[in-house]
Design a protein around this ligand. Sequence first.
Ligand SMILES: Nc1ncnc2c1ncn2[C@@H]1O[C@H](COP(=O)(O)OP(=O)(O)O)[C@@H](O)[C@H]1O
Ligand SMILES: [Mg+2]
Length: 238
Amino acid sequence: MPTSNNSVRQMGGIYIKKYGSKKPIGKYYFRLMLGIIGIKQPIEYYGKNKRLEFERNTLQLWKSYCLNVPNVIQVKKSELYLSAIKGETCAEIFNKSIDFDLILKIFIDVNNRHELAIKFNEPTLCHVDANLGNILYSDNKLFHIDFEMGREYEAVNVWAEREITKLLISLSGVVGINSMKRVVSIFLNTYTHTSIVRRFINQKISEQSVSNGANETKYRLINLALDMKECMVASYDD
Ligand SMILES: Nc1ncnc2c1ncn2[C@@H]1O[C@H](COP(=O)(O)OP(=O)(O)O)[C@@H](O)[C@H]1O
Ligand SMILES: [Mg+2]
């Protein structure tokens, strides 16, 4: 189920992105209004033009660090024109079969990028909406698309935490419960920013005791934190 009223159309070698409201629409307009009166909001609740501007700036920043993203071709009538990346999204690839080598590649990519983000204090080098539909695999390279999430008032380590959790939750949806421990283990062996992982684990485990009536996402995040903790403890025992 799409979470926004954005629409994307392809015209030859170009993807054209038109920005719409986020769903549910009532909540979007309420938070948009809060933003207008000066109460800080997540990027997904910005108005259409401001989101387009944020996405364009992020794509240009990534390019300046030689990271793989589509080229911005032009902005016309509040639409963003991007070069088409040939290939499939990781969601499409994993829906056919799980490729653990590709999962490792994704984790190496995240780790190296977070190295840059932290070193240069560039939070937007973290891809907060890192679901597998927003990561393309083309010519043995990973490309990222769709930069409309994050909170500009948060620190770089929080952006990094949001990316790794979004990514792992998205992976848990395709690999299934039985393989998730293997995925978590590959992740912990690859991702070197351990203070970010520890912060996430501690936070979610402390929420566990008050999670009665928690929604599905909260429940999945707590389970992820528990899997990570178990995997860390097992590696100390080895
Ligand atoms: N530059 C691009 N190259 C290839 N595919 C793209 C490109 N931009 C978008 N897509 C395709 O369109 C889909 C939706 O684009 P996206 O930017 O993620 O918008 P949305 O906000 O609607 O999720 C992607 O999952 C991908 O399949
Ligand atoms: Mg998307």
